[in-house]
Design a protein around this ligand. Structure first.
Ligand code: TMP
Length: 223
């Protein structure tokens, strides 16, 4: 009998309610995840908010390995594998079960972060990332991705002021963060149906309003 792990389950999970937020450090994703979830709940929906790396007990343990320690602690391949290991656990334990019971899932980062951080930022192999995506995630993808975009200096200053958990990545040099920003913008250019770039220098309320109206517009277009 073939004992290899299967991605079969991913094909069954509906994707229409899986929304991701992406962006560099200090873009305000976690605030916007909360704001969108509140608004969906006010409209009567069940909403699960979650994050990557993390979002399930096992993936949170892997997160600790990724966000702490020296910048050069992992080489790009090891780091990519750790992110996909965490992602698989998160999908099977948290995301897919929620979607199967018709809940919305609003997630702070997903695979675009691997493309941008390990691919564009760290110079990792884009082919490896896409191969792993197919094997680990399968045909499953977010229905909509908001890329919160802002200048690198502004984002790093905000993140430092908040003293958040991702200090290992914040410690990488400025050119890394610039490649990262361009990496996210390139993903948005490649996948305009799924991705919306939102100006994250705007006030929190304005960003939340832009997210809500883009989601409403998207749902009208696909219904
Ligand atoms: P957070 O600070 O947004 O919670 O994310 C933790 C760090 O993990 C952040 O600096 C970005 C990084 N990251 C990657 O490098 N690759 C990934 O695939 C994901 C999901 C996050």
């Amino acid at each position: 009998m073939d004992q290899r792990p299967t991605t079969k389950r991913s094909a069954a999970a509906p994707t229409g309610r899986f929304i991701t937020f992406e962006g560099g450090e200090g873009a305000g994703k976690s605030t916007q995840v909360k704001r969108l979830a509140e608004r969906l709940r006010a409209a009567g929906a069940e909403v699960v908010t979650t994050r990557e790396p993390g979002g399930s007990p096992g993936a949170e343990e892997i997160r600790d390995l990724l966000v702490h320690g020296e910048a050069a602690r992992w080489d790009p391949v090891t780091e990519t594998l750790l992110h996909f290991a965490a992602r698989r656990d998160h999908l099977t334990k948290t995301v897919w079960p929620a979607l199967e019971r018709q809940a919305w899932v609003v997630c702070d980062r997903f695979a675009d972060s691997t493309r941008a951080y390990q691919g564009a930022g760290q110079g990792g192999d884009a082919v490896l990332i896409e191969d792993l995506y197919r094997q680990v995630v399968g045909a499953f993808a977010p229905c909509m991705t908001f890329i919160l975009d802002l200048p690198v200096e502004t984002g790093l200053a905000r993140a430092a002021a908040r003293n958040e958990g991702g200090e290992r990545y914040e410690g990488m040099d400025r050119t890394f963060h610039e490649r990262l920003r361009q990496g996210f913008l390139e993903i948005a250019r490649r996948e305009p149906q799924r991705c919306r770039v939102i100006d994250a220098t705007a006030a929190e309320d304005a960003v939340a309003a832009a997210v809500w109206s883009a989601l409403a517009e998207h749902r009208q277009a696909v219904s």
